[in-house]
Design a protein around this ligand. Sequence first.
Ligand SMILES: Cc1cc2nc3c(=O)[nH]c(=O)nc-3n(C[C@H](O)[C@H](O)[C@H](O)COP(=O)(O)OP(=O)(O)OC[C@H]3O[C@@H](n4cnc5c(N)ncnc54)[C@H](O)[C@@H]3O)c2cc1C
Length: 487
Amino acid sequence: MPPHPAIEQIKQILGSKGWADEDGMLAPHLVDSRGSYQGRCLGLALPATTEEVSRIVTLCAHHRIPIVPQGGNTGRVGGATPDETGTALLINLSRMNNILEIDPEGHAITVEAGCILQNIQQAAADADRFFPLSLGAEGSCQIGGNLASNAGGINVLRYGNTRDLVLGLEAVMPDGRVMNALTALRKDNTGYDLKHLLIGSEGTLGIITKAVLRLFPRPTSQATAFCALDSLDSAVDLLGRARADSGDAVSSFELIPARAVEFASRHVPNTRPPLDDIPDWCVLLEFSGSGAAPSTNKDLESFLEGAFEAGLITDAMIAQNEGQRSDLWRLREAIVAAQKPEGASIKHDISVPVQAVPAFIRQANEAVTEACPGIRPYPFGHVGDGNIHYNLSQPEGMAPAAFKAREEDLHRIVYDITQSLGGSISAEHGIGRKKRDDLARYGDPVSLDLMRAIKKALDPDNIMNPGILLPTETNDNDKKPIRENRP
Ligand SMILES: Cc1cc2nc3c(=O)[nH]c(=O)nc-3n(C[C@H](O)[C@H](O)[C@H](O)COP(=O)(O)OP(=O)(O)OC[C@H]3O[C@@H](n4cnc5c(N)ncnc54)[C@H](O)[C@@H]3O)c2cc1C
C-alpha cells in the first residue's frame, strides 16, 4: 500500500525524533498490556509540544485519518491499541514528559500528559507534598492515560479516583483546536465543567496534553496491618469500624483471599504468608495521617484489639518497620502475577455497593462453580471502594483453551450478578475494546444515547479512537438491556 499522502506532512511537523515507522520500534506499541489485541498503524507520532499535537490532529481531521492516543500502554481493555486495518495514526505522548510547575502552598502541580505517574509522585514528595494516585503500573503509565481512563488504584478510599485529583486540563480536540482549561482554581462555576468530559473518555473525545493536579499534605504517619478475618462478612464491618474509629484515616483496605497468598508464596520470589495460619479471607489495612490524625502503630494496635474482641478478626500482624510494610505491599502487588503460572484465567473488574461485596462474592462463587466445576475463584482488591477484581483460574488439569472457550458464559454469569446487586461491569479499568459489547448489554440506554450525542457533537467524523468505548447503535438495539427485563 503506498503511504498516505499526509504522512510526509506529519513527519515534517514532528522532525526525525518525533516519528517512527520501523517494525522494531512499532512492535511494543501495537499490542496491549494483556497481549489480547494486536494491531497495525500508519506510523507512530511522538509529538513534543501541544502545538505539534494540534497541527497533526488538524491534518488528520482534514484527511479523516483515525487517531489512537496512547500513553504508557498499560491499560487493561485494549483502548490504546489500533485495529488491524493499519489505517490509524498512533499518537504517543511519551516525549511530553515535563513537570511544568509545582506550587506547594497552593497544593497543585502542573504537568505534561506524558509524565510517568511515579515521577509526579516523586516531584510532589520532593516538595514535601503528596500525590495520592498509586497503582501497580505507576512506573510506566502516563498521567494522560490515567486521566483518560479515570484510573483508581489503592488510595481511592481516602482521596478519590483520578477524576477527583484534577483541577484543570488542556486538550487537543478532534478538529485540532486546543481547549485551554488549564486552571488551578478550586472554584470556577462558569458553566459546563468540560474537563470531566475528557476524563474517562478513553481517548474518544480528544488528546489530553497537560493537567493541573491536586496535591495533599504528606502523610507523616502510616500504620499497616495484615488482618485475618473471621469471615467474609467481617470485611465490611471491619471497614466501617476502622473508618469511624480512625477519624477516616483509612487510606487502603484491600481484600486478599487465602488462595492469593498461596499462589503468591508459590510463584513470586520474596513473598510469604505474613501469618502462620491464613484463613479464607484477609485484609491489608493501612491508616495514614498528617498532624494529629491517629495513624501510628499504637493507634492501629488498639483498634485491632477492639476488632479482635468484637470477633471480626482472628489474628493480625502489624508492620514494625518500612521493610515489613514493603513486604506486605509486595504480597498485595504479587497477586496478579501469581495467577499466571496457575494456567488460563478469566478476569473481571466489577464494583458493587460496599455492603454488597460479600453477597456478590458468595453468589458469584456459587454460580461459576456450578457452571464450571473445579474452577478456582480468585477475588481480590479494593474492597473499601466496593471494587473487586473477580478473577477466575481454570480448574486444575483442564486444557487452557477449553477454559477460555467458557469466557463469554462466565462473563454473563458474573455481570448478571453484578447488575442484580446494583453494580458496574467496569469499576476502574474502563471499557476500551474489551467491554464494548458488555456496555451495550448492561449500560443504561439513555446514557448511551447521550454519550453518542456528545461524541457526534465533538467528533462528527469519528476520528478519535474509533471503535473504543461506545457500542455501535445496532449493538444495543439488538440486545435489550437486561435491566428492562427484570420484574
Ligand atoms: C500492573 C498493572 C496494574 C494496574 N493497576 C490498576 C489499578 O489499580 N487501578 C486502575 O484503575 N488501573 C490499573 N491498571 C490499568 C490502568 O488503567 C493503567 O495502568 C493506566 O491508568 C493507563 O495509563 P497508560 O498511560 O498506560 O494509558 P494507555 O494504556 O496508553 O491508554 C489508556 C487509554 O487512555 C487513552 N489515552 C492515553 N493517553 C491519552 C491522552 N494523553 N489523551 C487522551 N487519551 C489518552 C488511550 O487511547 C486508551 O484508551 C493497571 C495496569 C497494570 C499493567
